[in-house]
Design a protein around this ligand. Structure first.
Ligand code: AMP
Ligand code: MG
Length: 308
C-alpha cells in the first residue's frame, strides 16, 4: 500500500493519510500541478499556505534557515504535533504556490507510523492540509475523508481514528522569538516549559490574521453552533463536557465525562460530525476550560460558531 501511495505522489496524485492530529491530503510539495490539485480538491483560498511534511527533522530543517531556538524545538518536539514556520532556504524546492509566495515555510515531522512510512518512502516534502473541504469539520477518521472528498482523492490510507484529533500547534520562529500562530495538539504549556520563556500570543483580531489561514469562520459543521451552553433546547444536539451534562437534548455526545482535555480533543471532530448528522436544528456546546488542549478545542469551537 505504501509503495502504491508513493507512486501516486510521484506521479502528481493525491493521497490522504492519517497523522496523529487529523487526516492529511498529501501531494508532492515541489510539483505545482499536484499542489494546485490540493487547492482545487479542498476549494481552499490560494492565499492560505500549506504545511510541508517530512520524515525526519534533518530533512525538514534542510529546507529552511533555522535559528538555534528552531533547532532546539525541532529536536525536542519532532516527530510530533508541532509545526514550525521558518525562513525558507535559498535553494528550497517547495513550490511557491504551496507557500502562497511567502519567504517563510511551514514544516512538520508527523509521528504517526503510516505517515512516517509514506514520507520516508517518498523522500521529499509532502504538503498535507486537512483532507476535507476548506472551512468544514476536519477529518479524524478515513470515512470522514471518503464522505467529504470522495473521488477527488486517488488513494486513502486508513489508519483508524487519529489519536490526538486536533491540528498541530503552529509557531513562527524568528531568531530567538516564538509566536503562536495557531493553538493545537501540542499544549502551549509544554512548549513554554521547554523554552523557559513565553511564547508570544498575537492579538486575535479576526480582521487582521497574523497567519494567512486563520480565518474567523473555519472548522464549521453544517448546523449553527451555540457556544457556552449551560442548558439545552429539545431541538438541539448537545456537545457536552464534564459531569454536569444537562438533560433534554435531542442527541448528546460528551467530549469527556471526566473532564480530560486530551480525551476531549481526540473526540472533538468525530462528535461534531455525528451531531451535525443528527437531524437537530443546532448544536449547543458546553464551555471547555481555557488551558492545555482546551486552547485548541476552544479555538476550533469559536471559529466553528463564527458568522459564515
Ligand atoms: P492546515 O490548513 O491545517 O494545514 O494549516 C496550515 C496553517 O499553517 C494555516 O493556518 C496556515 O496559514 C499556516 N501557515 C502555513 N504556512 C505559513 C507561513 N509561511 N506563514 C504563516 N502561517 C503559515
Ligand atoms: Mg484544515
Amino acid at each position: 500500500m505504501i509503495d502504491r501511495a508513493r507512486e501516486i505522489l510521484a506521479a502528481g496524485g493525491l493521497v490522504a493519510f492519517p497523522t496523529e492530529t487529523v487526516y492529511g491530503l498529501g501531494a508532492d510539495a515541489c510539483n505545482p500541478h499536484a499542489v494546485a490539485r490540493v487547492f482545487a480538491a479542498k476549494d481552499r483560498p490560494r492565499f492560505n499556505p500549506l504545511i510541508s511534511h517530512l520524515a525526519t527533522a534533518e530533512a525538514a530543517l534542510a529546507l529552511a534557515r533555522p535559528s538555534a531556538l528552531a533547532e532546539r524545538l525541532a529536536k525536542r518536539f519532532w516527530p510530533g504535533p508541532l509545526t514550525l514556520v521558518l525562513p525558507r532556504a535559498e535553494d528550497c524546492p517547495v513550490d511557491p504556490l504551496a507557500t502562497a509566495g511567502l519567504d517563510t515555510l511551514a514544516l512538520r515531522v508527523p509521528a504517526h507510523p503510516l505517515a512516517h512510512a509514506l514520507l520516508a518512502a517518498f523522500g521529499g516534502p509532502v504538503v498535507a492540509p486537512s483532507a476535507n473541504r476548506s472551512g468544514g469539520l476536519s477529518p479524524t477518521r478515513a470515512e470522514h475523508v471518503t464522505t467529504g472528498l470522495g473521488d477527488a482523492v486517488d488513494l486513502i490510507l486508513d489508519g483508524g481514528p487519529c489519536a490526538l484529533g486536533v491540528e498541530s500547534t503552529v509557531l513562527a520562529i524568528l531568531e530567538d522569538e516564538a509566536t503562536l500562530l495557531r493553538p493545537g495538539a501540542l499544549a502551549l504549556e509544554a512548549i513554554e516549559a521547554d523554552v523557559e520563556g513565553r511564547v508570544a500570543r498575537p492579538s486575535s483580531d479576526p480582521d487582521r490574521p497574523i497567519s494567512p489561514g486563520q480565518l474567523a469562520s473555519h472548522y464549521a459543521p453544517r448546523l449553527p453552533l451555540r457556544l457556552e451552553a449551560i442548558g439545552v433546547h429539545a431541538d438541539e444536539a448537545l456537545l457536552a463536557f464534564g459531569r454536569d451534562e444537562p438533560a433534554g437534548a435531542l442527541t448528546t455526545r460528551n467530549l469527556s465525562p471526566t473532564g480530560d482535555l486530551v480525551e476531549a480533543a481526540a473526540n472533538l471532530f468525530h462528535m461534531l460530525h455525528e451531531l451535525d448528522a443528527s437531524g437537530a436544528r443546532a448544536i449547543a456546546a458546553m464551555p471547555v476550560p481555557e488551558h492545555g488542549l482546551g486552547l485548541a478545542i476552544n479555538d476550533r469551537l469559536r471559529r466553528a460558531a463564527a458568522p459564515r
